[in-house]
Design a protein. Structure first.
Length: 295
């Protein structure tokens, strides 16, 4: 019976692993096949697709023909995501340091569940709060329409904060206690030990958390779509509306006929997001290989 149980467990775990591998391969092949149709079937060049801001996928031939340039979408995603990380990363690392190194035990017991609750809030709730409170506040007190780059990256910065905090806290917790004690023995204050010993030692883990937060921000769709205005142009200030790759896909996918240039272009945008996600994964693996704790 023991042999049969061991064999059954081995078969089940191997089957689960194979299912995950096969599912990943099938998804990549499916998205790649759909995404490459834009270039194979319609003659649109990669250069035109990536570096043009003209988006008329359903324009008649007599009016100049269809054009699908996603530069405005791509830059919108980059701008909103990077600004969100610039706001969230320092706050997240400071929060992680406070939880792990400064807060009393009761503070840790209070803050850790709060961070986990933030991570569990659905995206639509963040978007609805931004739509109901943040966008009107920006419109009435700062300027513009309210639906803007500013609203988008502020909402995203709150959404990715739990991811960066969790990874940063785990990284700081993994540091040997002897390093901090040795720093104190040499006469360092608590802040000097944190700034000169713990944070440099945890650098790789902190960077990993920031990259994971950036990946989360780049792939977010619904919450961002609700507050950024979705104007198909490159913004000139943070008070201008903007559009991202994910919001463009979610808005248009249900309104396009399968096999049309418009539909194929949306699949190509999905392929582009997949490639960007792979780049984030490679960056995380590269950072992790350099060591979660550096001396």
């Amino acid at each position: 019976m023991k042999i049969n149980s061991d064999m059954l467990g081995k078969v089940l775990t191997m089957g689960a692993a194979l299912l995950a591998i096969v599912s990943t391969i099938v998804i990549i092949i499916f998205i790649s096949t759909k995404g490459l149709s834009t270039f194979i079937n319609t003659g649109i060049s990669v250069k035109e697709f990536l570096f043009s801001t003209t988006w008329f996928p359903d324009r008649a031939v007599e009016d100049g023909g269809p054009q699908v340039g996603v530069l405005a979408f791509l830059l919108g995603s980059i701008i909103v995501s990077l600004l969100a990380v610039l706001v969230s990363a320092p706050l997240s690392i400071a929060c992680a340091v406070f939880i792990q190194e400064i807060a009393p035990f009761w503070g840790q017991r209070l803050l850790q569940p709060a961070i986990e609750i933030l991570a569990g809030i659905p995206s639509v709730v963040y978007g609805y709060i931004g739509l109901s409170l943040l966008a009107p506040f920006i419109r009435n007190n700062i300027g513009g329409l309210g639906f803007s780059v500013l609203a988008g990256f502020l909402v995203l910065s709150v959404m990715i904060l739990p991811t960066i905090v969790s990874v940063s806290t785990d990284t700081l917790r993994a540091l040997p206690q002897e390093w901090k004690e040795a720093s104190y023995a040499l006469g360092s204050t608590r802040w000097q030990a944190i700034r000169l010993v713990l944070l440099p030692a945890a650098r790789s883990g902190l960077v990993t958390g920031i990259v994971l937060g950036l990946a989360r921000a780049f792939g977010e769709a619904l919450a961002v779509q609700m507050v950024i205005g979705n104007t198909r142009k490159i913004p000139s200030s943070i008070l201008d509306p903007v559009i991202t790759l994910t919001s463009a896909i979610t808005m248009d996918m249900g309104n396009t006929p399968m096999g049309s240039l418009w539909n194929n272009a949306l699949w190509t945008m999905g392929l582009l997001l997949l490639l960007i996600s792979c780049c984030f994964i490679l960056i995380v693996r590269f950072v992790a290989r350099r060591g979660g704790i550096t001396s």
